[in-house]
Design a protein around this ligand. Structure first.
Ligand SMILES: O=C(O)CCC(=O)C(=O)O
Length: 260
């Protein structure tokens, strides 16, 4: 790794994101892709109308609906692998907890445009958003399975409120649309093998195009109040736990569920 974990931590703190190029080997990505494609094909069949009309992501990838136990164990082992845990712990030093996974792909309708948002805007009104961006945020770890146009992020917005242009575009105020370009946006092109880590509450958008299929792993700090977002079915059961090399990320979530 070119940068030390301490440097990555400072970068995340200042900018709200960092990228590590060629972090995963071709064989790591190939095995992950095989499982994810299995999920994706079954999900598309089951959600045919939604997929054709408007979908650009799915979630609950580690759940029991589409994948068998062995495939789920493979995913759990990837999510809690040393490579991922080193990065997670560089940002969340104490008791990071698994939240969910999402899979991002291109919408079928090529007219559908990529759009700026903060994830918190779907749960909070504007005053609430102003507060939560100063609290602990959810971490996204994006693992692209094919080369893609990547993401566009507004550096620093994990800690600061929108300027006027950003606010009007993101919230579609004053005749602006959330798909318009922002002068503060920074495009991060991604290749299969790269890892992008970013704050879910910073201003961002996924860039549609190429063959994008990216697995996002969502992790949170155990001291923050996010356990209600976790679906029990996406956690490993007792027999799977025995097959996970380092299950701490899941055990931390389970401990929070017990306290809840
Ligand atoms: O890739 C996308 O379409 C959007 C990604 C996103 O919003 C997210 O990961 O929170």
């Amino acid at each position: 790794m070119v940068e030390s974990l301490q440097q990555l931590n400072s970068r995340y703190d200042e900018q709200g994101y960092f990228v590590i190029r060629n972090y995963f080997s071709a064989s790591e990505i190939a095995s992950l892709r095989t499982v994810i494609l299995k999920f994706h094909e079954l999900w598309k069949q089951d959600n045919a109308e939604f997929y054709q009309q408007e979908a650009f992501n799915s979630s609950l990838i580690t759940g029991s609906q589409y994948l068998a136990s062995d495939d789920r164990v493979q995913l759990f082992n990837f999510i809690s692998s040393k490579k991922i845990m080193n990065i997670v712990e560089a940002v969340i030093a104490s008791k990071p907890a698994f939240m969910n996974t999402q899979l991002f792909f291109n919408p079928v309708n090529r007219q559908q445009k990529d759009f700026w948002h903060r994830d918190c805007q779907y749960d909070y009104d504007v005053e609430g958003q102003k507060k939560v961006i100063h609290e602990t945020q959810v971490l996204h770890l994006r693992v692209p399975l094919f080369d893609e146009l990547g993401m566009e992020l507004v550096p620093g917005t994990h800690k600061r409120w929108d300027n006027e242009e950003e606010f009007n575009v993101r919230q579609e105020e004053r005749g602006r649309e959330s798909s318009e370009n922002l002068s503060t946006g920074k495009k991060i092109t991604l290749a299969a093998g790269d890892l992008l880590v970013f704050s879910a509450d910073m201003i961002h958008r996924g860039l549609y195009g190429l063959d994008r299929l990216a697995l996002d792993i969502l992790v949170f700090d155990s001291s923050a109040d996010y356990v209600d977002y976790v679906d029990d079915d996406c956690l490993p059961d007792r027999s799977m736990l025995e097959k996970i090399t380092d299950p701490r990320l899941f055990l931390n979530t389970m401990a929070l569920k017990l306290q809840d």
